[in-house]
Ligand binder design. Structure first.
Ligand code: ME8
Length: 522
């Protein structure tokens, strides 16, 4: 596609390499991938970034538990996250690692700017720290356990830390942040999360410890090698590193900064919506445009955790159900932003009812009729009746409708909008009954099959960001040229499809036998 003046910079969190990727990581990156693909098809010049967060005490500890030095350990685990990107068919433009040299330069430059602008001072930290969250907690935030232990509100263990530390003067940013949220009402989404952030900031901000001295796996503080930069300041700056910063002449930096969307889970919203804009404003830089904090997946009603042994490996899920089936399920099942529960029963039901029955049957029966009655050539339309116009109209407006849904990350609504058309198309087939018309009124039968071919094409185009491989198979069956698989002229060129000779249709979404079905069979 020609180069575009519309740019879109989207990021995933960079994942800690203390552990293997699981469904939660796959979910966030999937949401970004679907957005990046949608925007590209819609003519945007997209920069989609993902990667790994490799410094800090948590990673250092995991490496030592494995008996490895942190570098060897992070090389290995980071590769698992990189592998996930191909296993899940993500289309990132860059995969960043915080152990790269360019990132050290970027992170240190931000530090220098904060220091030069008078926002960092040296003091001593004495307080609680949760290694699992890599976060400092105030005594009053902690929950007392019956056994006398204290835990963070996230459930993480905390430990008492006392060490020399540099501080970022976050307390000075309270009013500026509140003002920023007011001026930029779409900065934090969904709304409930935005309210949480505003109430957190309104209740008063304490200065933030931004360096550590009790371990060494991190980026050295410029001019004080006793300290390493706090892992969250290090990690957040990855979004700048990837654009070529500190080279402000870098084409990427000029083109893409500030990011259009940081996609995160609700657990790390505070870091992105409070600390990050404060760091950036203090360094004299533009904050991102939007942070979306999505909800949390549980597994069959239980929190996903290694200790419970119920971690869902995305690769295994893909092998069991199919890649696009998993991609579809994750964004279809749960309103994006809310928490969701994974269950085998629900994925099987989505696959069978919606992919195999609704969509699969629509494609299969429509194309089979073209194959059988029209020698596999998509027929010419004749006069369009109301029913034809209504269906084509519904399909043709999908782009406008879904642009609006994508603008607010309502992926579930985008899929629902597509499914409304899929269901309408199935009702149309049943009502029009082309298999009867072919005997009574062949011209009319041809028109209905042409309407269906067009509708299926629009459906497949709209589904392409979500289920790229399957949507391409549908578009292959309609012989839509690769160059036309985007949103240019969406819903307009209805007639160009007639006269196309199509291949013999093949099923795309096999039904999946549920455990119940399997039991019945035996
Ligand atoms: O927090 N449900 O990395 P992390 C949904 N390195 N999403 C989940 C999930 C679940 N059960 N579990 C994890 C970090 N996630 C930092 C980020 S960014 C500058 C630094 C997803 O490996 C979700 O996106 O702990 C969450 O925010 C992220 O993984 C946390 O990944």
């Amino acid at each position: 596609m020609a180069s575009s003046s519309k740019t879109f910079y989207i990021t995933t969190p960079i994942y800690y390499v203390n552990d293997s990727p699981h469904i939660g990581h796959a979910y966030t990156t999937l949401a970004c991938d679907v957005t990046a693909r949608f925007k590209r098809m819609d003519g945007y010049d997209v920069f989609f970034l993902t990667g790994t967060d490799e410094h800090g005490q948590k990673v250092e500890k995991s490496a030592s538990l494995e008996g490895l030095d942190p570098k060897t350990f992070t090389d290995r685990v980071s590769q698992n996250f990189r592998d996930l990107t191909s296993e899940m068919n993500y289309s990132q433009d860059q995969f960043i690692r915080t152990t790269e040299e360019r990132h050290q330069r970027c992170s240190q430059e931000i530090w220098k700017r904060l220091f030069k602008n008078g926002h960092i001072y040296l003091d001593k930290y004495a307080g609680w720290y949760a290694i699992r969250d890599e976060a400092f907690y105030h005594e009053k935030e902690l929950i007392n356990q019956t056994d006398g232990r204290k835990i963070a509100p996230t459930g993480a263990e905390v430990e008492w830390v006392e060490e020399p530390s540099y501080f970022f003067a976050l307390s000075k940013w309270q009013d500026k942040l509140l003002n920023f949220y007011e001026q930029n009402p779409n900065f934090i989404a969904p709304k409930s999360r935005k309210n949480e952030v505003i109430s957190f900031v309104s209740s008063g901000l304490r200065d933030l410890s931004v360096s550590r001295t009790s371990f060494s796996w991190g980026i050295p503080v410029p001019n004080d090698s006793e300290h390493i930069i706090y892992v969250w300041l290090d990690a957040l700056s990855n979004y700048l590193t990837a654009t070529g910063f500190p080279n402000e002449q870098d084409k990427k930096y000029k083109k893409y900064w500030p990011p259009d969307l940081h996609m995160v889970g609700k657990d790390i919203l505070r870091f992105h919506a409070v600390y990050w804009p404060a760091f950036l404003m203090a360094a004299g830089m533009e904050p991102p445009k939007r942070i979306f904090a999505h909800g949390w997946w549980t597994n069959e009603g239980k929190k996903i955790s290694k200790s419970l042994g119920n971690v869902i490996n995305p690769r295994e899920l893909r092998d069991q159900y199919g890649l696009d089936q998993v991609r579809f399920f994750l964004l279809r099942e749960v309103p994006f932003g809310s928490d969701g529960d994974f269950s085998h029963e629900s994925i099987v039901s989505r696959i069978n009812n919606e992919l195999a029955n609704d969509l699969g049957n629509l494609v299969q029966r429509s194309l089979s009729m073209i194959n059988r009655y029209y020698d596999a050539v998509i027929p010419e339309p004749s006069v369009l009746l109301d029913a034809d116009k209504i269906l084509l109209g519904k399909a043709g407006t999908l782009l406008e409708v879904n642009r609006a849904h994508f603008d607010v990350q309502a992926f579930h609504l985008a899929l629902e909008a597509i499914w409304t058309v899929v269901r309408s198309a199935n009702i149309y087939v049943d009502h029009q009954a082309p298999w009867k018309l072919i005997k009574e009124n062949p011209t009319r039968a041809g028109t209905t099959l042409w309407v269906l071919a067009n509708t299926i094409k629009q459906i497949a185009l709209m589904l392409k960001p979500f289920i790229p491989i399957s949507a391409d198979k549908i578009l292959d069956q309609l012989v839509v040229p690769k160059d036309f698989r985007n949103f240019t002229n969406f819903g307009q060129n209805h007639t160009e499809i007639s006269g196309t000779k199509i291949p013999k249709p093949e099923g795309i979404f096999p039904r999946h036998l549920s455990e119940k079905d399997k039991t019945v069979k035996i």
